[in-house]
Design a protein around this ligand. Structure first.
Ligand code: SF4
Ligand code: SF4
Length: 712
């Protein structure tokens, strides 16, 4: 009887062309099989495929427009290098959700939606292959597993959607604004999955094969439908209506991808694939030797950015993770990395439609203000947090470079520091020939005086430890440790100049290159360059900023060196059993990660290893630590600028240290030490909490120096 009824539906009620014989109906009843286009009929494809083609055409047109928009940017080299690594990174970023899952609730939510949605796409593809090719595999055990899996993942998708609604409508996190675009995406997903389940439930309610219990959600819906005892004709019509709605929703989705939030389905994986694979702390250089009249320094117009920068802008999903971690934003400065990226995106779109010209909107000042650009400490927290691998700092420095070199607009203190570094090789404008004065009584091999001396390491002092009294103590403490261990090292003395990290990030590329080239020549004199082969000699950098620039940026100017930070050396000596610290320190210590050592170069464990190897030290972590460490406020040249906007970043960091009730804040950076010390003073805690370099703590524990604050 059921066989006859179903045939009746297919033949007359739906008039769709597919007529099942009694034998075929037996298949439905007794075999585990899914008949595709059931109740719809294969002739529907005559209408279905043209509609699908139209949707695809709208999609392709939209993507082509985006592509043209990105390609207005400049060329960008090395984005197609090392395909295997790029694929691996894209796989980790997209399919393993490596960064996304770092945020508990939001990560899980996105994971549920992503994997649920992915499974729906796979199911649609499998069903299409089954329906419209000679392949025939949706039966037997495969069908059962397929059907069960699809139902399970669709449930996961619903769970993710509910979590998204709860997050946007109830939780409303501070840095997550919700637009109509977000609600469109959420509504589409919800409608689509509900229609899918409805279709399945109605189909099972009509055909009622027992094996469909595996489609457990559809089965439950079918039982609920049967409670109302509807007529088969009614259900069949309902099924057909739902099928068309589901189909049209899907087509609408495809067509809307380039024009809505769904764009990130395409731009996200692309952006992660083409991500910056150079070290995070490496900024591009300007070819100063081949400038012509048309050349602009940095970026003053959107077209000065590269196509990859443009793709970055289109990949942003406004998740707010960058804003959450931004020290500038969190201390009331006008900079929000999320807003900046989205303002740039708006500018890119308006540029392509001619709106910028029409409305007389320029990029810097009218779209992105100077205050926004000067607020950045280049701490890199935004880039590390961004699940789309967007490079914020590179864009900020490009715009600063244009302000500095193209327009001469920069804070007066920054201009002074640049001038002095250019003229005297240090930010205070002190005489270059006084650079090594601090070392006079320490019997250090000075290559400026004894160029033929034998050494294994060059100790890179940096401007802070060369001229600043407080930082000199760190250099002296470290020197004592090296001498205690009979390590053969030398300094460049007056041959060394500022590494150029700060001027580069302020935007004075010309001064940076002059300083870098000078230092490269000096280092090369002593056979340190590894460009032409392995060189066992290493540079030990006391400053994470010098460390980063020499290690990651000098290679772009031909200087390639083995560089380690002083904490890396101490840690490796401890691990090798060559440095045994017998002294005991009954102190509670917290370690402040320097952005340029930790986030930019991944050195998190070595400083902690050193502190943990000293008996008695109780090492405690501040609220923000390691990858999520909070900047001290001095990076990106901000060390040499006033902080007139918002509250002070260093005071916020000092608050975090005060909150963990420590006796000592340990650092491995002269900038951090200065900034946090000032923060402690501002909080009136400088008598209770001392800020010390790890080298000082080690030297004191070895009995080589006496640090008053560490005495019991
Ligand atoms: S830039 Fe990255 S972290 Fe910031 S909102 Fe966009 S996607 Fe999120
Ligand atoms: S680098 Fe740091 S200060 Fe600059 S935008 Fe990113 S998080 Fe904010």
């Amino acid at each position: 009887m059921e066989v006859l009824v179903l045939n009746f539906i297919l033949n007359s009620v739906l008039g769709s062309g597919k007529v099942l014989s009694p034998q075929e109906m037996n298949v439905i009843e007794h075999n585990t099989q899914r008949i595709v286009y059931w109740n719809i009929g294969h002739k529907v494809t005559y209408l279905m495929y043209p509609i699908a083609l139209i949707a695809m055409a709208i999609f392709v047109y939209g993507m082509y427009k985006r592509y043209k928009m990105w390609m207005q940017g400049k060329a960008d080299d090395n984005r197609g290098d090392d395909l295997a690594q790029r694929m691996e990174g894209a796989f980790e970023g997209v399919f393993l959700h490596k960064k996304i899952l770092k945020k508990g609730y939001a990560g899980l939510m996105h994971g549920f939606i992503f994997f649920g949605f992915l499974m729906m796409l796979i199911a649609t593809a499998i069903t299409t292959i089954e329906a419209d090719t000679p392949a025939n595999f949706l039966d037997g055990t495969f069908y059962k597993v397929f059907s069960f899996t699809i139902d399970a993942f669709a449930l996961l998708l619903i769970a993710g959607i509910i979590m998204a609604i709860y997050r946007r409508d109830v939780q409303k996190p501070k840095n997550l604004e919700t637009t109509n675009d977000d609600w469109y995406a959420i509504s589409f997903l919800l409608i689509s999955v509900i229609l899918g389940f409805a279709l399945e439930g109605i189909r099972i309610a009509i055909t009622d094969p027992s094996f469909e219990r595996v489609s457990f959600v559809g089965w439950a819906i079918s039982r609920a439908i049967m409670v109302f005892n509807p007529s088969i004709e009614f259900l069949a019509s309902l099924h057909k209506g739902a099928w068309w709605m589901h189909f049209m929703t899907t087509m609408f989705f495809i067509a809307s991808i380039p024009y809505t939030k769904f764009l990130h389905i395409i731009t996200g994986p692309l952006n992660i694939f083409f991500r910056k694979r150079a070290p995070l702390g490496q900024l591009k250089i300007i070819d100063m030797e081949n400038l012509d009249e048309e050349s602009r320094f940095g970026a003053s117009e959107i077209m000065d950015f590269s196509w990859k920068d443009m793709l970055d802008l289109d990949a942003c999903i406004r998740c707010g993770r960058c804003e959450d971690v931004c020290p500038a934003h969190n201390t009331g400065k006008p900079l929000s990395p999320k807003k900046m990226i989205n303002d740039l995106r708006e500018h890119m779109v308006d540029e392509s439609t001619g709106k910028n010209k029409e409305n007389g909107i320029n990029l810097i000042e009218m779209r992105i203000t100077e205050d926004v650009l000067w607020s950045c400490t280049s701490c890199g927290a935004c880039m590390v947090a961004c699940p789309m691998e967007i490079a914020h700092v590179d864009k900020i420095v490009a715009m600063r470079t244009n302000l500095v070199m193209g327009q001469g607009k920069l804070p007066v203190e920054a201009a002074n520091a640049i001038k002095k570094m250019g003229k005297n090789g240090n930010p205070w404008g002190l005489p270059q020939n006084e650079r090594a004065n601090w070392a006079k009584e320490l019997k250090i091999t000075n290559l400026d005086e004894t160029p033929d001396a034998d050494f294994d390491y060059i100790l890179w002092i940096g401007s802070m430890s060369s001229y600043d009294n407080r930082s000199q103590k760190v250099a002296k403490a470290f020197v004592k440790i090296l001498q205690h261990l009979d390590i053969k090292f030398a300094i460049l003395g007056n041959l060394e100049k500022a590494s150029g990290d700060a001027v580069k990030r302020i935007g004075a590329e010309d001064v940076y290159q002059d300083l870098a080239k000078h230092n490269i020549v000096q280092l090369d004199k002593f056979g340190m360059n590894t460009v032409n082969g392995n060189v066992p000699k290493k540079i030990i950098a006391l400053s994470p900023h010098s460390y980063n620039v020499i290690k990651n940026e000098y290679p772009l100017l031909g200087g390639q060196y083995n560089v380690i930070h002083h904490t890396e050396l101490l840690s490796s000596l401890i691990n090798a059993g060559k440095l045994n610290i017998d002294g005991e320190l009954l102190k509670t210590v917290t370690y402040h990660d320097s952005c340029y050592l930790g986030r930019y170069n991944g050195v998190y464990e070595d400083p902690r290893n050193i502190l943990n190897s000293i008996k008695g030290i109780n090492l405690v972590e501040m609220e923000h630590n390691t990858e999520e460490s909070f900047c001290c406020g001095a990076g990106g040249g901000r060390m040499w600028m006033e902080e007139p906007l918002g509250t002070r970043i260093n005071e916020k960091r000092a608050d975090e240290a005060i909150a963990v009730k420590c006796d000592v804040v340990a650092t491995g950076c002269a900038f951090c030490m200065t900034m946090i010390t000032d923060g402690m003073k501002a909080k009136d805690k400088d008598d209770d909490i001392k800020v010390l370099d790890i080298a000082e703590i080690v030297a004191h524990s070895l009995g080589l120096i006496e640090v008053k604050a560490l005495k019991k």
